[in-house]
Design a protein around this ligand. Structure first.
Ligand code: C2O
Ligand code: CU
Length: 492
């Protein structure tokens, strides 16, 4: 069969364009910020993937693909080292795959792109898979997550080969938090003063559905296919926890914001702006893979698709009645707004931000590395058309691109043509350099996704431990990923 990527016959556009919604959009900062419902306290959860209709924009009905009936799906609260299983049943019109992003997960549960959860009665022949022999299918798949890892914000999302981008766009994303006693003993803001924030842009078609250029790869060969598919799909509506430009009432205390960029392709550069134009500091306490050693203060914080930042925002000196807007410096028009906090109550602050947050960050040295590898992330020829390539090759499920040994420390040198947020499964990494110089302030800590900027190179250092087996690395611009920018990593 044809893959979505191989079917492309158009030259990749480097910038893309924003899809314009065809329904009336609400003003910013009127819809209250939803907080996804929480699953906790059990060692097994059952999630039914199903289509629902929801009112995302006031007065507009939107069909979604969901984990358990909502977008985002439920937030799973878990404890370090306490394994859970999550049984996913597929009642969607299409096959799916679940990946826990940032999880230290055995390969059988990591959501390999051809390990499908299929709807009952689905026949996977002729539906665009490269190699039917590589496909494993079940109607319900039980994923096992040992969660033997640093506490952090993870997220789960669809990962089906060639179809991740449209599936996530339609709603298949949810958050998962890992906690432990040591982190809880720090006295960071918690309870009502801790908020998960899943930021994702979307566009809405005239019938209220989420507008996406095409989910049928054969259509991609036809004239009139919308351009942004190739560079990445961008919407004109910014959703936070599934609500458009929401507002949250807050007290005059510190809040811990667990920020995730779950957008397919949109980058944000966030800042917190007061009514009078002054900015509040964003105090970063954690990265993709948990707490930093010490806090890092930012005036603005760039966040690429799939990255997470753990940030303290202090409303302690903000006058009651003020609005603090979180805006995107990279946006224009409606995509400049993200969300707002309305400071409504004076309150004593029970939290503290310790000078030292954690002492268990891996400190691999260059001399620990047993090998250095080079990877280019570039557009290129793919089949009869254009796609996105790693090391000059598009993804193939039956080819091992990298073989390493359990326990080996490696340095990876990456180079990009355009923006590529590169994600490595299983192993967290440290960023050693950018363009031969120092990493950026927000590169601190343990990461699982690095945002390569146009023309930039970066060096990562990591240690492959945990499990043997087949894993992935790929660009997390979801359209790039679907169009070839993914590779296999075998840990032996
Ligand atoms: Cu968030 Cu391989 O993905
Ligand atoms: Cu990319």
């Amino acid at each position: 069969g044809l893959s979505g990527a191989a079917a492309l016959s158009r030259r990749p556009s480097m910038t893309g364009a924003v899809l314009r919604s065809a329904v009336p959009l609400p003003p910013a900062y009127q819809v209250p910020l939803p907080v996804p419902r929480v699953l906790s306290g059990a060692d097994r959860y059952d999630i039914v993937q199903r289509e629902v209709t929801a009112e995302i924009l006031p007065g507009v009905t939107t069909r979604l693909w969901t984990y358990g009936g909502s977008f985002p799906g439920p937030t799973i609260e878990s404890r370090r080292g306490q394994p859970i299983t999550v049984a996913h049943r597929n009642e969607l019109p299409v096959p799916s795959v679940v990946h826990l992003h940032g999880g230290r997960t055995p390969p059988a549960s990591d959501g390999y792109p051809t390990d499908l959860v299929v709807p009952a009665g689905w026949n996977d022949m002729g539906h665009g898979m490269h190699d039917p022999r590589a496909v494993t299918s079940t109607v319900t798949r039980t994923y096992t997550y040992p969660l033997d890892q640093r506490p952090t914000l993870l997220w789960y999302h669809d990962h089906r080969m060639d179809f991740t981008a449209p599936a996530v766009w339609r709603g298949l994303a949810g958050m998962q938090v890992v906690r432990d006693d040591a982190e809880e003993a720090l006295g960071l803001p918690s309870g009502a003063y801790e908020l998960p924030l899943m930021i994702a842009d979307r566009a809405f078609a005239a019938d209220g559905s989420l507008d996406y250029p095409s989910i049928d790869p054969t259509l991609m060969m036809q004239p009139g296919v919308k351009e942004p598919y190739i560079a990445g799909v961008l919407g004109d509506v910014v959703l936070v926890n599934g609500a458009p430009w929401p507002v949250r009432e807050v007290d005059t205390v510190r809040y811990r914001l667990r920020i995730l960029n779950a957008s397919n392709a949109r980058h944000y550069d966030l800042e917190a702006v007061l009514d009078d134009g002054r900015r509040l500091d964003l105090v970063q306490i954690g990265a993709d893979q948990g707490l930093l050693h010490t806090p890092v203060t930012h005036r603005n914080l760039p966040i690429a698709p799939a990255e997470r930042y753990d940030v303290i925002l202090d409303f302690g000196r903000v006058p009651v009645g003020s609005m603090v807007r979180i805006v995107n410096r990279l946006g224009s028009g409606r995509t400049r707004d993200v969300l707002a906090f309305h400071v409504v109550r004076k309150s004593a602050d029970p939290s503290r931000i310790p000078d030292v947050l954690s002492d268990d960050l891996p400190e691999w040295k260059r001399s620990d590395a047993v090998r250095v590898r080079d990877f280019s992330f570039r557009a290129g020829q793919m089949g009869d058309g254009h796609g996105w390539l790693i090391g000059g090759r598009p993804f193939a499920p039956d080819r091992t691109d990298v073989t390493t040994r359990l326990g080996d420390v490696e340095i990876w040198r990456l180079v990009a043509d355009v923006h590529h947020p590169v994600h490595l499964h299983l192993a967290g990494f440290r960023i050693l350099s950018r363009d031969g110089g120092d990493p950026l302030p927000h590169d601190a800590g343990l990461k699982d996704t690095v945002s390569l900027r146009p023309g930039e190179s970066a060096e990562l250092i990591t240690r492959f431990d945990g499990y043997r087996g087949r894993y992935l690395f790929h660009c997390h611009n979801a359209e790039h990923e679907d169009m070839g920018m993914m590779a296999n990593l075998e840990i032996t």
